[in-house]
Ligand binder design. Structure first.
Ligand SMILES: Nc1ncnc2c1ncn2[C@@H]1O[C@H](COP(=O)(O)OP(=O)(O)OP(=O)(O)O)[C@@H](O)[C@H]1O
Length: 599
């Protein structure tokens, strides 16, 4: 065997090795390419599947939305049908009631005539037999009995009618939102030209397109027009008169005498028509008395309706007191206080039963609607006003007119409501023994003024607080006068500081107004979302109106909006607040559990 290896042999061996390596690499590349092709195929497969799944999911979502929309439409249609059914029943009942009333009157007349005849006959038939007279007397007695029966049926029908009325109001919810779009007025044009923002700013963009829908054309330069729709319980257009607006508010005044607290609140941007809606037009806007009457707003018309309803009740059974407050720069002022400007400021407190109260607030007794209006008109001069670029007679404060009605003989519905709210108060403060005099006193103080309470405690003295049921007689729920209140609120206008053109102290006023209105919006938001804490105390306005907004009072928010492009941002903000308020109603159908059954 040679000791050295031939170089050619070494090369040949290396070439052989390299060729072998190359072959195995090529095989590996082939293998990887095959794997790659398989993976591509799998990927394509997955993509097809994914697209298919996505399509399925979209289809399912569309189907779900369609189903949901259909269910919503069906519910809405059902509710409308139900409401119209209730309206029809109400109509039928009122017809039946009319027939009963005339029948009872006829029967009464007939029995009177018969009685007269009997008397005549008995005097002329002294000689006739006693049997005939007895027979006639029996017939008269039978007629009198049937008359009594008819009267009783009449009473029952009247009560049922009242119940139905409240059911209709309740079906519409405890918080109702109405919207009023005012007409384009001369100052809309003047302001647009002076502000230099071009003629487009006076263009009409907010429309009442039906009885319950408002449409806003949102115009943005270079963008197609976008229409936004808002639905409310009732929408009034520029052509709707003050009477038409009040017609929709009127049922709430009936509820007031049935034991409900009622609050009617006008909300909107400055110059949008809140004072016009609540009070009526400023005296300089209308010339004749007839015209002035036709222009009367919700407050004078509500007062007139209230006194009309009271006049149908037994004389002296109801008394009315008025109080007027103003929330200015987050302070509450009693505008009826006789102790001069300096001492009119008042506090708002929360009582042990969770209601808000203004201690030492002045209440003036009133006997007619004109008396109410005289008082309000005389003190309205004290209300803070300030001309702004938007509105020359702009109100800088929130005005709250309260009519408190005391009834000595409340009807059955009102009594049932009183029992309910007493029960609720007890549930609200479970830690207290409800029969404890301390607790009763606190609760009663919250509900009734001190003079009334003194009278009731004087009639039922209890020497010392005790923790066991008190055997001494106490005023029953039906004995103390029954009180309900009607709060009529004309809010100050929300506004954009830049647009109002105010400075200095007026700027502070605008900031206080805007803060209190955003506190109101926060409260509505918290209620709509059913948050555990409702921030009533963030502003005096919400603290003062706590019972009306979150309690079981019937609240009507009257949104006032300007129709022009210039105020479209503010109008959209107001419409948004109205939508929020409606969500409170949707989320909390509070009356369902409280439905009254008075038979
Ligand atoms: N529906 C309407 N029809 C006719 N005129 C109206 C209507 N609404 C408002 N106006 C007029 O527009 C002007 C401004 O209205 P109003 O004083 O009620 O505004 P406002 O919302 O109370 O403003 P502010 O919050 O600044 O006090 C008034 O001259 C009023 O007469």
């Amino acid at each position: 065997m040679p000791l050295f290896i031939n170089r050619d042999q070494i090369f040949a061996h290396q070439v052989h090795l390299l060729e072998h390596k190359l072959r195995s690499k090529e095989e590996r590349i082939l293998e990887l390419e095959t794997e790659n092709a398989i993976l591509h195929l799998r990927l394509a497969d997955c993509l097809v599947k994914l697209r298919h799944d996505h399509e399925e999911e979209t289809k399912a979502m569309n189907h779900h939305h369609q189903h949901q929309r259909q269910a919503q439409n069906e519910t809405r249609a059902g509710l409308t049908k139900l409401l119209s059914g209730v309206q029809e029943v109400k109509q039928d009942l009122s017809e039946v009631f009319g027939v009963y009333v005339s029948f009872a009157a006829e029967l009464e007349e007939q029995s009177k005539q018969l009685l007269e005849k009997v008397e005549q006959a008995s005097s002329s038939m002294k000689g006739h037999s006693g049997d005939e007279v007895q027979d006639l007397q029996a017939r008269v007695a039978a007629l009198e009995r049937s008359l009594e029966e008819e009267k009783e049926r009449c009473r029952t029908e009247r009560q049922r009618r009242q119940e139905l009325h409240n059911t209709v109001v309740e079906l519409r919810g405890n918080i109702r939102v109405h919207c009023r779009v005012r007409p384009v007025l001369s100052f809309d044009h003047v302001q647009s030209s002076t502000s230099g923002s071009g003629p487009a700013s006076s263009e009409e963009v907010v429309y009442a397109i039906s009885d319950d829908t408002v449409m806003v054309n949102c115009l943005k330069p270079g963008m197609p027009v976008q229409n936004k729709m808002f639905e409310f319980e009732r929408v009034h257009g520029p052509e709707d008169s003050q009477d038409t607006v009040f017609e929709e508010v009127k049922p709430l005044i009936t509820s007031l005498l049935d034991g409900y607290n009622v609050c009617i609140m006008a909300y909107g941007q400055t110059g949008s028509g809140k004072t016009h809606t609540m009070m009526g037009s400023h005296s300089s806007d209308v010339s004749s008395t007839v015209e002035q009457e036709a222009q009367q707003g919700v407050i004078p018309q509500a007062a007139a309706e209230l006194f009309r309803l009271i006049s149908e009740k037994p004389a002296g059974s109801h008394t009315v007191e008025v109080s007027v407050m103003e929330v200015y720069n987050n302070d509450v002022y009693d505008l009826l206080a006789k102790d001069g400007q300096g001492n009119q400021r008042r506090d708002v407190i929360t009582t042990s039963s969770g209601t808000s109260q203004v201690p030492s607030l002045t209440h003036e007794p009133v006997g007619s609607a004109s008396e109410v209006m005289q008082i309000i008109s005389s003190i309205l001069k004290l209300r803070a006003h300030c001309p702004t670029l938007v509105h020359t007679e702009s109100s800088r404060s929130h005005l709250i007119v309260t009519l408190t009605i005391s009834s000595k003989s409340p009807n059955a519905l009102a009594l049932a409501r009183r029992l309910q709210s007493a029960k609720k108060d007890m549930q609200r403060s479970p830690q207290k023994e409800w029969w404890s005099p301390r607790c009763r006193r606190a609760d009663l103080t919250a509900r009734y003024p001190s003079d009334e309470l003194l009278a009731s405690s004087a009639s039922s003295p209890c020497p010392s607080p005790c923790l066991s049921p008190c055997p001494s007689p106490r005023p029953s729920i039906s004995q103390a006068p029954f009180r309900t209140k009607l709060q009529l609120v004309d809010l100050a206008g929300s506004e954009c500081v830049g647009m109002s053109g105010v400075t200095g102290a007026a700027l502070w006023e605008v900031s206080c107004i805007n803060r209190s209105l955003s506190a109101l919006s926060d409260v509505l938001g918290a209620l709509a979302e059913q948050r555990p804490h409702i921030p009533y105390r963030n502003s005096k306005l919400t603290h003062l109106l706590q019972d009306a907004i979150g309690g079981d009072a019937k609240l009507l928010v009257m949104l006032c909006v300007s129709p022009t492009q210039r105020y479209v941002t503010e109008s959209l903000q107001s419409l948004g607040l109205g939508t929020r308020a409606r969500q409170v109603q949707k989320e909390l159908p509070r009356r369902k559990s409280n439905t009254l059954k008075v038979k």
